[in-house]
Design a protein around this ligand. Structure first.
Ligand code: SF4
Ligand code: SF4
Ligand code: SF4
Length: 309
């Protein structure tokens, strides 16, 4: 059954069960999101996607609200914009003012929406965290001072990667994404598949091997398909001028897990100046050779067996 509704004055018909967010996107209206990911179960946690529905008492989260017949929706009304600005003010109130040096600048959703809705760091000064940056493992840098608690990494690791490495701990201002017992990634059951990194909307989780390779606006990117197994995952190849400076995992459209072997294999294949691979031996990362690292195919085998279930 199809449902008729009006969004920003445009009439449309969509399938029953479609959310307002998806219906709006089909009409070309881009609603901001932090926690939404089509690969994951609906969550509706960050509220930045709120819209105004005529006749409704409150603004509604467009990512979880299904359309209904005759609905009239406004995605950028005064009330909506003010609500989004308030959310952004609260997020920036305890966010480090690091955009000048942050590797995520230029592709960060928080930065993009703060610019769009004209919210700056001085609007509201709140308590900031002082978590130690976790960068001891060779692959992923975690800066929880920049985390906006959207939960995409937690949900991706459990719902898609089926690894359940991450969870939320504590409450209120002390809420934090942690591994079990809050141990570093390298000591946890994390397999450094990079899926959490690909979904993080801010600079809280970054590919360590791509750090310092250039600002996003100086890098030209292309998407390549991994040929190391039949899954065909996508990777982003970053080029500065003619030099390939990084190869990093891309968030898969179909919600597929990723793997470290694909990342390393494609680094070796595409990078002009590949960094050494590291593998875990007796629970510790040690520098390895490419032939040894790429022999480690158990991760890929596990992923394939998960896909076939
Ligand atoms: S995560 Fe985004 S908003 Fe935060 S410092 Fe980095 S670029 Fe700026
Ligand atoms: S790298 Fe992969 S396994 Fe490790 S926490 Fe992130 S999603 Fe989970
Ligand atoms: S680390 Fe990134 S993906 Fe995870 S909750 Fe924080 S902001 Fe969201």
């Amino acid at each position: 059954m199809s449902i008729s509704l009006t969004i920003n004055g445009k009439q449309t018909k969509v399938k029953e069960g479609t959310t307002i967010l998806v219906a709006a996107a089909e009409l070309g209206f881009d609603i901001p999101t932090f926690c939404y990911d089509p690969s994951l179960e609906l969550y509706g946690g960050c509220r930045i996607c709120v819209v105004e529905v005529e006749g409704a008492r409150n603004l509604v989260a467009s990512c979880t609200t299904p359309v209904s017949n005759g609905m009239v929706v406004h995605t950028e009304s005064e009330k909506v914009v003010e609500a989004r600005r308030n959310i952004l003010r609260l997020l920036l109130a305890n966010h480090p003012n690091d955009c000048l040096t942050c590797q995520k600048a230029g592709s960060c959703k928080l930065q993009e929406y703060a610019y769009k809705y004209v919210v700056n760091f001085q609007d509201h000064d709140g308590e900031r965290h002082n978590y130690a940056i976790e960068d001891k493992n060779p692959y992923i840098v975690r800066d929880m001072n920049k985390c906006i608690l959207c939960g995409k990494c937690v949900r991706s690791c459990s719902q898609v990667s089926e690894r359940r490495v991450l969870t939320f701990a504590n409450r209120g201002i002390a809420t934090k994404v942690v591994t079990s017992f809050d141990i570093p990634y390298e000591d946890s059951s994390c397999v450094h598949c990079y899926r959490c990194v690909t979904v993080c909307p801010v600079g809280a989780l970054m590919d360590k091997r791509a750090l310092g390779t250039g600002r996003s606006w100086d890098i030209e990117t292309k998407t390549i398909t991994c040929a190391f197994c039949d899954n065909g995952c996508n990777f982003e190849v970053g080029m500065r001028g003619k030099k390939v400076v990084y190869v990093t995992a891309k968030s898969p459209d179909k919600g597929r897990p990723l793997c470290l072997k694909g990342k390393l294999g494609n680094e070796l294949k595409y990078l002009d100046d590949p960094k050494k691979p590291y593998i875990k031996k007796d629970g510790k990362f040690v520098e390895s050779t490419w032939s040894e690292a790429l022999e480690l195919n158990e991760i890929v085998e596990k992923i394939i067996s998960l896909e076939k279930r």
